[in-house]
Design a protein around this ligand. Structure first.
Ligand SMILES: *Cc1c(COP(=O)(O)O)cnc(C)c1O
Length: 434
């Protein structure tokens, strides 16, 4: 082993060589150096604002639902490591991938039946789009190539996903001239519990019908729009989309990469609406935050349509497709989730967030406070000062990563009540000082 680098050396080399998400080069904000993580706590290599340990309010972007360094997930990784970390998936298969795919088919809505394992959420969305376009091509309707979505969404950072991210205020505006031009509906009206708006439902129906001849699919995040603005909407609109898609020969894709695995209070957010998509993407919490892995599921109708066309294969095959290490940990993570009363834990955290964030509602500069499942959001009336907000949260002993006008949290499901309360204090402090 080489000599360990000091935190100062790490920071200097990081600054010189390493890109961070949505960052400039060299970086302007000093990242905190994490030495290890266990349970819901990140351990820093050196104290920041008097704290050496931070409670993770972000689950590493929705993924670490069981917390860090979990003995069961560690064991799954170690066991698989001793057998094989990776083997190519072309012409070969293995138990972790087969077991994971079968498990995903069992727990996702009927009639999703077939699974494409991809290496990240964005790639799983690319695959979903390719499936839909190829389905219509095989059906002799090659003009059906465009996608419809509603504003305010986020589907990833590669090309097709970028084209269905919110076209304004989002992070991909820059590319609007060179992205495929998709069809955008207005953003869904706010409020999970809000009475569905008939005029909006009509708007969705009319737009799908008007573009039916050129639409391959409608793609949305069900119930919660994540990185596009942390907005919640009524599940009723998902039923409207399902009906409009069926009536107009358009496929329906649900991007459950953020919402999947219990986060919104249902195992998948589609469950709030009782609606099944034709294609569905999962990722983020799939491996409990251990390794990068995502999956695109589709129905037999879609699979058979593609496979009976003049190019009867799905031409996609990442080098690390079906990675055994990731698949083994994913199997263990799904079993761990379903082996406990996750619904109760999500509800408990939601109750804690509702209580703890109620105080934020009275703060100056706060526009809205909302909670759904184990997601808590404080929306400001101005863009957050990242540095000030991060500092305020770290002082409270919590890791948060606000963006735009949003200070938000989606804690690991294993977060105890005291730590949920601490996270809420940090969100309030960040909202106040940011
Ligand atoms: C994070 C996210 C993605 C992209 O996933 P990556 O693994 O970051 O590529 C796509 N869709 C949604 C809804 C997401 O939250």
């Amino acid at each position: 082993m080489p000599d360990p680098l000091s935190p100062a050396e790490l920071r200097a080399l990081d600054r010189a060589h390493v890109w961070h998400p949505y960052g400039p080069m060299p970086g302007r904000q000093e990242p905190l150096v994490v030495e290890s993580a266990s349970g819901v706590r990140l351990r820093l290599a050196e104290p920041a604002h008097g704290r050496r340990e931070l409670v993770d309010g972000m689950s590493s972007w929705w993924s670490a639902v069981h917390g860090y360094n979990h003995p069961v997930l560690n064991e799954a990784a170690r066991g698989q490591l001793d057998r094989m970390s990776h083997v190519m998936f072309g012409g070969l298969t293995h138990e972790p991938a087969v077991r994971l795919a079968t498990r995903l088919v069992e727990i996702t809505p009927e009639p999703l039946r077939h699974v494409f394992l991809a290496d990240s959420g964005s790639v799983s969305v690319e695959v979903a789009v390719k499936m839909c376009l190829q389905y219509w091509r095989s059906a002799g309707r090659p003009a059906k190539q465009r996608l419809l979505t509603w504003r305010g969404g986020y589907h990833g950072d590669t090309w097709q996903p970028m084209s269905v991210c919110d076209p304004e205020g989002g992070m991909h505006e820059l590319w609007s001239g060179s992205l495929p031009r998709q069809v955008f509906a207005d953003a869904p009206p706010d409020g999970f519990d809000a009475e569905p708006d008939d005029a909006y439902a009509r708007h969705l129906r009319e737009l799908v019908a008007a573009h039916a001849d050129e639409l391959a699919a409608v793609i949305v995040e069900p119930v919660v729009q994540g990185a596009g603005g942390m907005r919640f909407h009524s599940p009723a609109y998902l039923r409207v989309l399902r009906e409009a898609c069926d009536a107009n020969d358009v496929l329906l894709v649900f991007d459950e990469i953020a919402t999947g695995f219990g986060r919104t209070g249902q195992l998948f957010a589609a469950g709030h609406a009782g609606v099944s998509p034709d294609v569905m993407c999962v990722g983020k919490a799939l491996t409990g935050g251990y390794l990068t892995l995502a999956a695109t599921l589709c129905t037999s109708r879609v699979a058979e349509g593609i496979s009976s066309g003049d190019v009867p294969v799905l031409a996609h095959g990442p080098t690390f497709m079906g990675n055994p290490l990731a698949a083994a940990v994913a199997c263990a993570s799904v079993d761990l989730l379903l082996g406990q009363d996750w619904e109760l834990e999500v509800k408990r955290i939601g109750t804690g967030l509702r209580e703890g964030l109620a105080k934020a509602a009275g703060l100056p500069g706060v526009r809205d406070v909302r909670v759904l499942g184990a997601i808590g959001v404080v929306q400001l009336d101005h863009d957050v000062d990242m540095e000030a907000a991060t500092r305020a949260a770290v002082r409270e002993g919590v890791w948060l990563r606000p963006f735009r006008d949003l200070v938000y949290t989606m804690p690991p499901y294993v977060t105890g009540d005291d730590d949920v309360a601490r996270i809420c204090r940090a969100v309030c402090a960040a909202a106040k000082e940011g």
